[in-house]
Design a protein around this ligand. Structure first.
Ligand code: ADP
Ligand code: MG
Length: 437
């Protein structure tokens, strides 16, 4: 089927399988395709920046590093442009025609599990409704998610480095084949433009507010500017990556409110930056209100996990023990791959190490609070003491946890007053073997 400069190829078998499912299934949360395309654009910008920092000079060195999304309602297209690394003809075919490693098999297994847990597995497996957010992006199939919403996709790309400045366009309807040909377009001057022709049932993504809200939700902390129809969307800096000395209390509070939708400022904020034994940054808050972790809020705990400022999982419960469930916040590490699966997260050694560091730091933080600001500590205890008491099961840290426990005792002036075990013992008559409270 070769025309001059144009080559049409079959997708590899594993890609055809994945595409068949993506194009024929019903998904909730289809907006996730935006997260995937934006995170690919962000990766491409990161790779470019890395090589520039190493001393290489890219094409069009004055172009800003950014991501621009534009909507054309008449043409029914959504376009995502980045000024990143770009791809040659060979790379377009290789990167967008195959799936790395065992990605497709894991994807199919993940899809089956997701469909089972949704209780939707009927006779026709391919039609099972599933939550796209749970299955896409973990298996290196992120790009293909665009075919949930598009029936034709054009990827035009010009490499940032190398002698050959020719742009090429990759085109596919997501069925059996794709083509790659040379292209005379002026744009992109450097990097990649992805134009998605939206399906009739996906025209919601021609609404600016719809696209903006998806970007705010999933990609708010991407480290490059993201514009939608010319307007900057991700104005939140990744505060946890900033040096502590440059962040104001007000910024910490605003971030907390954006994160939790809590109207009230937090009781306390803790900013952690660690390089060893693991690298991570964290911003942890103690809310100034309590939750019912033994009832309605049973599942509403955990920290937001980011890898290189891209959100990997909301409310990850491997990062903190249950007795610190009152903590709200984010953890960001350089050491996790973006496409890590949730199963892998569950026994992840890295997360366990981060967990241990967070426990130690939070205990010292609370110790300092108890020593220096008794009023604040009392408030902490009244709000969160009930769940913190579970820390008694944390054997390696039991001494420290028990020193932080507080009780009301009969010698105290009123029912709100609190005492620690140490104070109680110091006051107790010699030889007393029993606690009275
Ligand atoms: P993953 O991002 O996990 O590698 P994807 O399916 O999302 O998997 O993307 C496949 C590959 O296509 C990427 O690894 C990258 O090499 C290439 N790619 C996708 N989008 C872009 C882009 N905007 N710029 C440069 N390369 C890209
Ligand atoms: Mg990707």
């Amino acid at each position: 089927m070769a025309e001059a400069g144009k080559e049409t190829r079959q997708f590899r078998a594993e890609v055809r399988k994945v595409l068949h499912i993506l194009t024929n299934s019903l998904y909730t949360n289809r907006e996730i395709f935006l997260r995937e395309l934006v995170s690919n654009a962000s990766d491409a910008l990161d790779k470019l920046r890395f090589r520039v920092n190493r001393g290489e000079s890219p094409r069009e060195p004055d172009l800003p590093l950014e991501i621009r999304i534009s909507i054309d309602k008449d043409a029914k297209t959504l376009t995502i442009a980045d000024t990143g690394l770009g791809m040659s003809a060979g790379e377009l075919a290789e990167n967008l025609g195959t799936i790395a490693k065992s990605g497709s098999e894991e994807f199919l297994a993940g899809l089956a599990a997701e469909a089972r847990s949704a209780g939707e597995e009927s006779g026709d497996k391919d039609k099972a409704a599933a939550d796209a957010a749970n299955i896409i992006g973990r298996f290196g199939v992120g790009f293909y998610s665009v075919f949930m919403v598009a029936d034709k996709v054009e990827v035009t790309s010009r490499p940032a480095f190398g002698e050959n400045a020719q742009a090429h366009v990759w085109i596919s309807d997501g069925l059996g084949t794709y083509s790659v040909e040379t292209c005379d377009a002026e744009e992109p001057k450097r990097g990649t433009v992805i134009r998605a022709h939206l399906k009739d049932d996906a025209v919601e993504f021609l609404e600016k507010f719809r696209v903006e809200s998806a970007i705010r939700k999933h990609s708010a902390f991407v480290p490059f500017p993201v514009f939608v129809d010319g307007e900057r969307v991700n104005t939140q800096p990744a505060l946890w990556r900033e040096p502590k000395t440059s962040v104001t209390r007000e910024q910490y509070d605003d971030f907390y409110k954006a994160l939790t939708y809590d109207a009230k400022a937090p009781l306390d904020a803790q900013h952690i930056a660690v390089d060893a034994p693991v690298q991570f940054n964290a911003l942890l808050y103690i809310p100034d209100s309590s939750q019912d972790f033994f009832g309605a809020d049973r599942d509403f705990w955990g920290l937001d996990l980011y890898a290189r400022r891209v959100l990997i999982q909301h409310r990850n419960k491997e990062l903190i023990p249950e007795y610190l469930a009152f903590l709200k916040g984010v953890v960001d590490t350089e050491d996790l791959p973006l496409n890590i699966s949730r199963e892998t997260l569950q026994e992840n050694v890295l997360l366990r190490k981060i967990n241990q560091v967070i426990v130690k730091q939070t205990l010292s933080h609370l110790e300092k609070m108890a020593a220096n600001d008794a009023e604040k500590y009392k408030r902490f205890w009244q709000l969160h003491g009930k769940v913190f008491k579970l820390g008694y099961h944390d054997f390696p840290n039991r001494e420290r946890v028990s020193a932080l426990l507080r009780f009301n005792s009969s010698t105290l002036p009123d029912a709100d007053a609190l005492t620690s075990l140490d104070d109680y013992m110091a006051r107790a008559p010699e030889g007393q073997k029993t606690f009275w409270y």
